[in-house]
Design a protein around this ligand. Structure first.
Ligand SMILES: NC(=O)c1ccc[n+]([C@@H]2O[C@H](COP(=O)([O-])OP(=O)(O)OC[C@H]3O[C@@H](n4cnc5c(N)ncnc54)[C@H](O)[C@@H]3O)[C@@H](O)[C@H]2O)c1
Length: 225
């Protein structure tokens, strides 16, 4: 796969996984616009306008930003506050929709949007009700956007990662929890950010030109749907 001459926007680019996407697209020849706090906020329409204007035309958007590593400790849903809920849903879901909305006018024919959900949305990880809800919502948004944007030649898909061993994950989970996730997979090892690269690049590339509205689970064979 080559992305020579292509412009790729990646949000949450400074995170453990986002940085891997930036490196991979760059290594495959793309001009990457790496977006993250504090300069760029996915919930700001102005920030999106500036980013799209700076990029000019856009070939690929990877909507990777989320409240994840700084979500706070796991808590029963009865202890979450309205402000906890709104923060997570606003960044993870509204921010993903805002990204799609902002790039549509700049996307080239054959453009591809890759959203990022999580297998947490399928298995319902306890202590994370707001995060789980947000990641499920992204998959529904992906299907709606695929239907609306397909006639424009724009594809929209989602990658749903399993538990990835990033600093954020290690801050949120005990080593036993991470080890148990590895044991629960068909491929019994911890997952790294690099494990996601092939799926994201494939969905971003013309190799997947007739695939849209789909969620591709990349978790070493834990969740089958
Ligand atoms: N790490 C995992 O186990 C795992 C599993 C499944 C899905 N995911 C998803 O993968 C993505 C990356 O996860 P990660 O492990 O790198 O987490 P992370 O917390 O390290 O990275 C998230 C990034 O998003 C950025 N961000 C947060 N709010 C933002 C905003 N308003 N505007 C712009 N950027 C913002 C953060 O600054 C951070 O760089 C997230 O969507 C996460 O939900 C992660």
């Amino acid at each position: 796969m080559t992305f020579g001459g292509k412009t790729v926007l990646v949000t949450g680019a400074g995170g453990g996984i986002g940085a891997e996407y930036v490196s991979a697209f760059t290594a495959h020849g793309a001009a990457v616009v790496a977006l993250d706090l504090p300069e760029f906020d996915v919930t700001s329409e102005r920030d999106w306008q500036l980013a799209v204007t700076k990029a000019g035309s856009v070939d690929v958007l990877v909507n990777n930003a989320a409240v994840y590593g700084d979500i706070g400790r796991k808590r029963p849903l009865t202890e979450l506050t309205v402000s906890d809920w709104d923060r997570v849903l606003t960044v993870n879901v509204r921010g993903t929709w805002q990204g799609i909305k902002a790039v549509v006018p700049a996307l080239t024919e054959g453009g591809s949007i890759v959203n990022i959900s999580s297998v947490a949305g399928r298995i319902g990880a306890p202590g994370f009700a707001h995060y789980v809800a947000s990641k499920s919502a992204i998959e529904g948004l992906t299907r709606a956007a695929a239907r609306e944007l397909g006639p424009l030649g724009i594809r929209v898909n989602t990658v749903a990662p399993g538990l990835v061993s990033t600093d954020a994950t290690r801050g949120l989970n005990t080593p036993d929890y991470i080890a148990a996730a590895a044991r629960g997979r068909s491929l019994r090892r911890e997952m790294t950010p690099h494990d996601l690269v092939g799926a994201v690049l494939w969905l971003a590339s013309p190799a997947s030109a007739f695939v849209t509205g789909q969620t591709l689970i990349v978790d070493g064979g834990q969740v089958f749907t």
